[in-house]
Write a protein that binds this ligand. Structure first.
Ligand code: IVH
Length: 738
């Protein structure tokens, strides 16, 4: 790997890891499994260690995932809350032990082994035995105050019980995990599915979402539980080891883990990890690993900590549950963009607390690569997602005559839903580009239903209640062709919608229908960016939609966008470097004269773009490139696009863009680094954008200011090297005042 390659890979990984940490910690909506996340973070950490010149204090490998969101008061922890290093194998566990032997110059220390609970971390403060506060982990230093939500947990004592000898400290921070039982998770999911909403993937996600709800009645309705296992600040100290702490917490009347092992040596710890693995499925909370800690606090202090995790503890993660079963058939599903995806139809098998009869096979290439054939014995895995995946097949146990799977043959060369033409297209796939077969018929029922469901999803217009079943039904009955047709479906029609069969009817109901009607009306007021995203314009994801929404006032303006036209026109002129190079034999058609003309035109278009784009946020560079410009303009000018616009016009829906007018920061670009004393990063960003400024991720000569807080990293050094002004929060506020 060359330095340039390493730098590029590190930058890519850093962005990915950051995004997935945000999805997991802040939004409780992870897109990848914990294992996949750990693997990305591990790769990043290894590369940063091998290429220290590209390390950065801003990297997710050096800080804990931040869960803070708006709407909660921030409170500082008295003692920092850390993360844990992870391992998935015995050799690394032994390496952990070997490091401690060296550090402590001893080898007879005691460990505790306890369950690693798959919930979300919380710190409780008891003063003179009274619960005064509950705070999330946040960035480890400061978290969100969730005291009100915690009071809705019936099993959490408000007062510590004074029993016998155990004195009650004046102030104590007790750390633990909030979780939801499997039974409660299933109850809530069943209710969601009945109302046509997307089920949650696992209890952890819904527990994390619930803790951050502002609606206390709803919090109380979704029963949360808590378990406590660790100590923060304690004044005066009352226990001297982890095993004593466990007993002390229990005697104070707090809920604690079912089982904790106190052992000497790593062999005994390894045995305890195995024993825990056999017991863990009977626990009330999800247990995805074992936490191995030095028992004595004195030893813990001697071992110390890195930037984000203690050296005296490690998490051993168990492998995700797998099961073996027969692959009965492969069916083909058609998604909202028309992509044909193979689905494994399985002999039902019990895995991770539920019966599985379907699993994802991703795409045809993957089926080939894993050599999976109908009739095969296959291994399936559940890694935190709703739908399990097929991991591998066992060709040695294959029934005779099993043929390689051929997707096109399986669907008879046409879309299995509408019978329309299919074509092979490049699509974005894990680890780069892949190929997929796509139904070419925009009016395919599967695509219609997929688009309607997407239109109503949380991230789009948040019309709760219209999930896959309701959407499919509305399309099947031809009540909805394009998503905006949802506005024409009468309340009574919705209320009497039969989601079951003729023999076993199951109506959507008055209550659900009323909710949908209220939500669709509320959606009228949503900004242009949400609507652009909700309309499933090819290539327009959330970020692009936001960038478009900031640069246009109305949908009609996007359809006729001067800015997008100029971006396209400029792209057509050709590659800038090519224009600047002298005429060559390779390209004789382009004379120097011709090039000079084009170059001049290019500069004119650049000026036009920046005039049109004045005061706008730079955003993610390249987000509004020629590809996006072409597909947006093409789609909105196409028959389906014009149809959508006409329908919205008829409904009186005219969402407004959030065009930023010129402000004190117009024309200024900021780079943020470190932790600011009072403002959260997003708040500072919001204020910059609102004042017409731009925010960029990296420092260059064009940067106007670097806004730096505590623990600022390499960006600060770079700013100093380039002579870019560095300001603190106070100076920032002064500038903002004008
Ligand atoms: S001790 C300084 N013990 O795992 C060490 N953490 O991946 C602090 N967790 O933030 C953690 N079960 O939220 C500890 N028995 C346990 C745990 C546990 C779950 C969580 C905790 C921590 C995260 C790190």
């Amino acid at each position: 790997m060359t330095p340039a390659e390493a730098q590029q890979r590190i930058a890519g990984l850093r962005a990915d890891v950051w995004r997935h940490a945000e999805l997991y910690y802040r939004h409780a909506k992870p897109e990848i499994s914990d294992q996949a996340y750990d693997a990305l973070e591990r790769e990043l950490a290894d590369l940063e260690a091998a290429w220290p010149q590209f390390a950065s204090a801003d990297s997710q490998t050096r800080r804990v995932g931040d869960d803070r969101v708006q709407g909660f008061k921030e409170v500082a922890h008295r003692q920092r809350m850390m993360s844990l290093d992870n391992t998935y194998n015995e050799a690394e566990l032994r390496a952990f032990h070997a490091r401690l032997v060296k550090l402590l110059e001893a080898d007879d220390f005691a460990y505790t082994v306890e369950p690693k609970i798959d919930g979300l971390a919380v710190s409780l403060t008891y003063e003179d035995g009274r619960l005064v506060r509950g705070v999330t982990r946040g960035d480890g230093m400061k978290g969100d105050d969730i005291t009100a939500n915690l009071r809705a947990i019936p099993s959490l004592p408000r007062d510590l019980v004074r029993r016998g000898k155990g004195a009650i400290p004046k102030i104590v921070e007790i750390r633990g995990e909030i979780y939801m039982t499997q039974a409660e998770f299933e109850r809530l999911n069943a209710a969601r599915v009945a109302e046509g909403e997307e089920p949650y993937a696992n209890p952890r996600n819904i527990a994390a979402g619930t803790v951050k709800l502002l609606d206390l009645e709803e919090v109380a309705r979704r029963r949360l539980e808590i378990v406590l296992y660790s100590l923060g600040h304690c004044e005066p100290e009352v226990v001297a080891s982890q095993s004593e702490l466990h007993d002390q917490l229990r005697s104070w009347g707090l809920p604690v883990v079912e089982r904790i092992w106190r052992v000497r040596g790593i062999d005994a710890a390894w045995a305890a990890i195995g024993e825990l693995d056999r017991l863990r499925r009977s626990f009330a909370y999800g247990t995805d690993g074992a936490v191995i800690k030095l028992d004595r606090f004195e030893d813990q202090r001697a071992a110390g900590a890195t930037e984000k995790a203690p050296r005296w503890a490690i998490a051993f993660k168990y492998k995700a549950d797998t099961a073996r079963t027969r692959l009965r058939a492969i069916t083909i599903q058609v998604g909202k963009t028309g992509v044909l995806s193979p689905v494994a139809e399985l002999e039902p098998v019990f895995l991770s607390l539920s019966t599985i009869s379907r699993a994802t096979l991703h795409n045809e290439e993957e089926i080939r690569r894993k050599d999976i054939r109908i009739g095969d014995l296959v291994e399936i895995e559940r890694a935190g997602e709703v739908i399990p995946a097929v991991l591998r097949s066992f060709p040695e146990e294959r029934p005779p005559g099993a043929k390689e799977f051929d997707l096109v043959a399986a669907v008879g060369g046409q879309c299995p839903v509408c019978g329309g033409r299919i074509a092979k297209l490049e699509v974005a796939a894990e680890g780069g580009k892949g190929v997929a077969w796509k139904c070419q018929n925009y009016d395919c029922q599967a695509q219609r239903a997929g688009r309607l469901m997407f239109f109503c999803s949380r991230r789009a217009l948040a019309i709760d209640g219209v999930g896959d079943i309701v959407a499919a039904k509305l399309v099947e009955l031809d009540l909805v062709r394009d998503p905006p047709d949802l506005y024409d479906v009468a309340l009574e029609t919705l209320a009497t919608l039969n989601l079951g069969t003729e023999q076993e009817p199951r109506v959507f109901g008055e209550k659900n229908a009323t909710k949908v009607v209220a939500a669709r009306e509320a959606a009228r007021a949503l900004p242009l960016e949400k609507w652009l995203y909700a309309l499933s314009i090819p290539d327009v994801g959330e970020t692009t939609a936001r960038e478009l929404g900031r640069r246009h006032r109305t949908l009609a303006e996007v359809a006729d966008s001067k800015l997008l036209q100029v971006v396209l026109e400029k792209a057509r002129l050709g590659d800038r470097r090519e224009l600047e190079a002298p005429a060559s034999r390779k390209n004789p058609a382009k004379t120097d004269e011709e090039k000079a003309r084009r170059k001049e035109l290019c500069a004119r278009l650049d000026a036009e773009i920046s005039a049109l784009d004045a005061g706008m946020l730079a955003g993610v560079p390249g987000e509004l490139g020629p590809a996006v410009a072409a597909s947006t303009l093409d789609f909105l000018a196409s028959e389906p696009g014009r149809r959508l616009l006409a329908k919205l016009r008829k409904l009186g829906i005219d969402p407004a863009g959030t065009v930023v007018e010129a402000g004190v920061f117009t024309g200024k670009t900021f780079v943020l680094t470190g932790t600011l004393p009072t403002l959260k990063r997003e708040e500072a960003e919001q204020q910059i954008l609102a004042a017409g400024g731009k925010v960029s991720g990296s420092v260059s000569k064009k940067t106007s200011y670097v806004l730096a807080g505590e623990e600022a990293g390499s960006k600060l050094e770079k700013a100093q090297a380039l002579g870019v002004p560095v300001i603190d929060e106070a100076e920032f506020q002064r500038l903002l005042q004008g």
